[in-house]
Design a protein around this ligand. Structure first.
Ligand code: ADP
Length: 494
């Protein structure tokens, strides 16, 4: 096996040698790590080197998965689960190094990265333990001497295409249910974050997962991802990323009637009502908007506020935003770096455009230039824009939130729902009646009352409606197993 992290002289004079990522194909580490990934908080440092995978690599990985899957599926489910649980322990033992690699390649804070490693660990344990859980029902039959049972069967080989913002947790929460259900997997992680996925692969490999059951192929989405989506041996694809790419992949998978699960964009709103405590509501919005540098599909990016609380709420939000000073996640920064120069420019352009159209910049910036040697963007609050301004309608994926006034609850609810997206929605209120009404009528897959729009437990179903998700199969929790299995009804006559 090729060594996974090898010190090289590529970062002379720093404490951060680039780590090397490899493909894992058919149980062997492969590929020449040649693609540089710079640390977004320290652009002079190379955080990672990874191989540029090809369509041929994808083909080899799928072939390995096809070969390995039947034997894996025939193992008792508790034995499959035990390997996931062992991999969880390995991630836990290696947590510090993995979290450090995650900060260097993605830019988030060490606290966020450590939390993500814990999440991946818990996810593997949760789904590993489901190896012991019943997966079907016993139903009465109208026929004498007959029992009906239902079973869930694995589909075969799944492709997973994942983004850079949760580069360890998302691969873990897609792979774990797929694997415990008896499928084999080929993962194509985001180009910007090859290390985290490789750490997951290494934990599964070292835990004794049979060769070929879990494969990783690094490389470009257009090359490796596209090849996986088009491969007729791939029974299904779970994707998290942009709406444009997701809808493109949907077409490919639909055309060959393969199963597809898409988690895409969001433009998540919080409605703040007069009866909300302004400081508490501001804390809810700030955590949702600026946590994870705003780089979460569940991030808060729109706030609708009623007139009675508007002034105090906005003052509190601007005040609290100042606490999210961006910096190197390894130096204790409260907010991390923006993932790439392209994303930094996109954040700045969104703010600049809104200001040019008359928006008021209450705090923050429209400066998209690297500063202090890294890609940093200030937490930004905008106000006084039209409801159909692009800053209100389009996903930015940065620490930018726009505040709009609405006359009352009904107008606020209508504004929350006036979006092509429907992932998460929040309300800050003391009114049980309005919170309950909002929970019923908000058009979003996840509703939060007095809690940030981002952040979900691992045991709850996650997904959205409209252009946020395929809105068929949910991820996470026990429900996640459904996507990776098909249902069979068995009549047993004796
Ligand atoms: P983001 O804006 O978060 O980078 P993308 O949708 O571009 O979102 O990327 C999410 C994942 O999809 C990444 O792993 C990326 O490589 C992959 N990807 C991008 N384009 C394609 C494509 N045409 N086919 C398959 N996968 C793709």
């Amino acid at each position: 096996m090729t060594s996974f992290t090898t010190e090289t002289p590529r970062n002379p004079g720093t404490a951060a040698p680039p780590a090397l990522a490899h493909h894992l194909i058919g149980g062997s580490w492969a590929g020449e790590p040649s693609v540089e990934r710079r640390n977004p908080a320290r652009l002079d440092q190379i955080a990672a080197l990874s191989p540029a995978g090809t369509a041929a690599d994808a083909d080899t990985a799928v072939a390995a998965a096809v070969r390995a899957q039947p034997a894996w599926a025939s193992l008792p489910a508790p034995a499959r689960g035990a390997i996931l649980i062992k991999a969880a322990s390995l991630l836990e033992e290696r947590a510090e190094g993995i979290a450090t690699d995650l900060v260097r390649e993605e830019g988030k804070t060490l606290a966020e990265a450590s939390g993500e490693v814990r999440r991946a660990t818990d996810v593997l344990r949760f789904f590993g333990s489901l190896g012991w859980a019943a997966s079907g029902e016993v139903l009465p039959s109208s026929l004498p001497g007959t029992t009906v049972t239902t079973r869930r069967e694995p589909l075969g080989v799944f492709a997973l295409i994942t983004p850079w913002n949760f580069p360890l947790a998302i691969p873990a929460w897609k792979a774990a249910p797929a694997l415990v259900a008896g499928n084999a997997v080929v993962l194509k992680p985001a180009e910007l974050t090859p290390l985290s996925a490789t750490h997951l692969a290494r934990a599964l490999h070292d835990a004794g997962l049979p060769a070929g059951v879990f494969n990783v192929v690094h490389g470009k989405g257009r090359v490796v991802g596209e090849a996986l989506a088009r491969d007729g041996r791939v029974a299904g694809l779970s994707f998290t990323g942009s709406t444009a790419v997701g809808l493109h992949l949907n077409g490919i998978l639909d055309a060959r009637r393969a199963r597809v699960q898409l988690e895409m964009g969001g433009k998540n709103a919080v409605l703040v009502l007069d009866d909300a405590a302004p400081q508490a509501a501001a804390a809810v919005v700030a955590a949702g908007a600026f946590g994870l540098t705003g780089q979460a599909c569940t991030a808060t990016s729109r706030v609708y506020v009623t007139p009675g609380v508007r002034g105090e709420f906005v003052d509190a939000l601007v005040h609290q935003a100042a606490a999210y000073a961006p910096g190197d996640g390894l130096d204790g920064a409260r907010m991390g770096a923006v993932v790439s120069e392209a994303q930094l420019r996109q954040d700045a352009a969104a703010v600049r455009g809104a200001v040019e159209r008359g928006a008021r910049l209450l705090t923050g910036t429209d400066d998209g230039e690297p500063s202090r040697g890294g890609l940093f963007f200030l937490p930004t609050v905008l106000a006084d824009v039209d409801a159909d301004d692009p800053v209100v309608t389009d996903e930015i994926f940065g620490p930018v939130v726009v505040v709009l006034e609405v006359p009352d609850y009904e107008a606020g609810l209508a504004s929350v729902n006036a979006s092509r997206y429907g992932l998460t929605a929040g309300i800050c209120t003391d009114s049980l009646a309005l919170a309950t009404d909002f929970a019923e009528r908000a058009q979003a897959g996840v509703v939060k009352v007095n809690r940030p729009t981002s952040g979900l437990d691992l045991n709850v179903p996650f997904g959205g409606i409209k252009d946020s998700s395929t809105n068929t199969f949910r991820e996470q929790g026990r429900t996640a197993i459904e996507f990776y299995t098909w249902g069979k009804t068995v009549y047993l006559g004796v």
